[in-house]
Design a protein around this ligand. Structure first.
Ligand code: ARG
Length: 254
């Protein structure tokens, strides 16, 4: 009986050890020939679904270029923004490219690559609305849930901070006057206004954010391979071409 109990304890211990590392190492990925990439699909022009329901955007092109550089077949998986890093640590994809800002808080849970672009937050509002941090005090601000935009908006002392499941959800409320301002990324702001031809104003850049790809915590061989591939595509002109296609400029961190 005692033996049986000890055997049970051993099995449990082994099982928890196995579940602690729920990722494929780079050699395992290499052997399979394909790499699973997670993204959101609702953050144009970085990651979004086009009319034909195909994933498109800067993040998608960079992810594909990274896979190609590693000689691997990319397999994309779309996942909700707010649980994406949890899914990553559960081994649902090998890496994530979804415009995550590299933050100390997130770096406790996952490992980030070198930044693959730099950007910043802006305020978007109707003509005559609040366009400076000072003017935001006491106003109703909208931001995507679980983003750095939401965190950033808190400091302005809003009357209310309304959060949205996806980033473009806030635009509708802004147009309807249900929020006074929308905090978002500079490039997503320009894209939203351009594609829907909206009469909205955009502030200057309010901060600087470094954006990284993420791997499961401790997946160091894969991280090194991704960082090397990023260096390679930034050196051989592939990155510059993709960036020019989406933004008409090179958005790598200077
Ligand atoms: N860079 C911001 C953040 O990391 C927003 C990213 C939103 N990305 C997305 N796919 N919705 O919080």
């Amino acid at each position: 009986m005692k033996k049986l109990i000890w055997f049970g304890v051993l099995v449990l211990a082994l099982a928890s050890l196995a579940s602690a590392q729920q990722f494929r190492t780079f050699p395992q990925i290499k052997k399979s020939g394909k790499i699973l990439i997670g993204t959101e699909g609702a953050f144009p022009p970085f990651n979004f679904f086009d009319d034909q329901n195909h994933l498109k955007g800067f993040d998608i092109d960079i992810g594909n270029a990274i896979a190609k550089q590693l000689n691997l077949q990319p397999e994309w998986k779309a996942h909700a923004w707010d649980t994406m890093l949890i899914a990553l640590n559960q081994g649902r994809f090998d890496f994530v490219i979804a415009s995550h800002t590299i933050t100390a808080e997130r770096a406790k849970a996952v490992d980030f690559s070198k930044p693959y672009y730099c950007t910043g937050n802006v305020i978007v509002t109707k003509p005559g609305g609040p366009l400076t941090p000072e003017a935001l005090k006491g106003k109703v601000i909208g931001a995507q849930l679980g983003t750095t935009f939401e965190e950033f908006a808190k400091q302005f002392g809003p009357k209310q901070l309304k959060t949205y499941q996806t980033n473009p959800d806030a635009v509708q409320d802004l147009m309807m006057g249900r929020i006074d301002a929308w905090i978002t990324d500079q490039f997503t702001a320009i894209e939203a206004i351009k594609t829907r031809n909206l009469n909205l104003k955009v502030s200057g850049l309010l901060n600087k954010e470094e954006i990284g790809m993420a791997v499961a915590k401790g997946n160091s061989l894969l991280l090194a391979a991704i960082n090397k591939a990023l260096d390679d595509i930034q050196a051989n002109g592939v990155y510059a071409k993709i960036s020019d296609k989406w933004f008409g400029q090179d958005i790598r961190c200077k």
